[in-house]
Design a protein around this ligand. Sequence first.
Ligand SMILES: CC(C)(COP(=O)(O)OP(=O)(O)OC[C@H]1O[C@@H](n2cnc3c(N)ncnc32)[C@H](O)[C@@H]1OP(=O)(O)O)[C@@H](O)C(=O)NCCC(=O)NCCS
Length: 357
Amino acid sequence: MPSRPRKMIPKKTVKKRPPALRAAITAVHGHLPQYVLNNHELAKLVDTTDAWIVERTGIRERRILKGEGLGTSHMGAEAVRGLLEKTKTAPGDIDLVICATTTPDFVFPSTANLICDMVGIRNIGSFDVQAACSGFIYAVTIASQFIETGKYNKIVVVGADKMSSIIDYTDRATCVLFGDAAGAVMLEPSTNRRGIIDSIISSDGAGMPFLHQKAGGSRMPPTAETVARRLHYVHQEGAQVYKFAVAKMAEVAGTLMERNKLSGEDIAWLVPHQANKRIIEATAGRMGLPMEQVMMTIHKFGNTTAATIPLCLWDYESKLKAGDKLILAAFGGGFTWAGMYVTWAYDGARAASAPPA
Ligand SMILES: CC(C)(COP(=O)(O)OP(=O)(O)OC[C@H]1O[C@@H](n2cnc3c(N)ncnc32)[C@H](O)[C@@H]1OP(=O)(O)O)[C@@H](O)C(=O)NCCC(=O)NCCS
């Protein structure tokens, strides 16, 4: 049987696949509690000195949330409120809220639920992500999937922690490191193909003994004894954490650069989790980046866990230009680590609202 002539499809009707959607950070805001706890005040609480803390960590002061009944959600809500105002977005236009935190107000409901209620966002999905200091990059990675598939158009990601609620102010090895704060970003589909280009999230549960809170979860629920034994605080073996933090932050940054064919010269900014100035310097050194291209807020805010990276973006917003290539890198308890390669989507100078000096 003669084969039927194949129907020719005129070339112009052949549908090209639409370009992949990218999720872009289109705005950033933050919240810092007013109370400033400086090293000199800490030196009155524990056997330490301003000189030791500055030399070993780079931290000079950190913010502490004071006030009866105020938890992480208070700071998160302030950051989101500011973000909505800045972007002139109605609460009803938000499709999803994700909050990265290690210090939720309650075991349940989630802090994201509480933040939504406080700012008047209703009837949408909201949930928390727990990945310690890597939580913000984890949460943005999750959020970006909903944008890339076309499901949602406006997602708010918050990184917020009230670390002072789980810090033992008699333990000099940990109490000098942490502070309280929140940062929030808006994620939207990119119209210019800028945005989140690549990301990595990773973990190794064998790191638990080196950085964790012993009691308060289902394994060791709170009792009078756990409180008396001071088990509801951050327990850290600093030297072990330090070693892994440098290795993993450098590794994740290196992998992102290699697989996206980036050299140090291509990168405008490294946005590292702010745990210790020496960890940040070592990471930048391994990437071949000068410190002028490294965002640094640790001296004034300390380690605010999930808030450090959005706080950096907020603090440096006026310096960011559309098209700048950024590498974000974080490491935290778990262990967890994460990285992200972002092409910045807008000129920050036009939108900037810097944190209070
Ligand atoms: C915590 C950290 C700053 C300690 O610095 P370090 O150089 O490793 O110091 P060490 O832990 O080796 O301690 C050295 C000495 O300083 C002492 N020390 C610890 N904290 C001190 C403080 N606040 N003031 C004065 N001395 C202190 C220790 O007791 C120890 O004394 P010893 O030698 O008599 O035992 C550092 O290990 C670190 O930053 N680790 C990573 C923390 C981190 O990133 N955590 C979050 C991960 S997201």
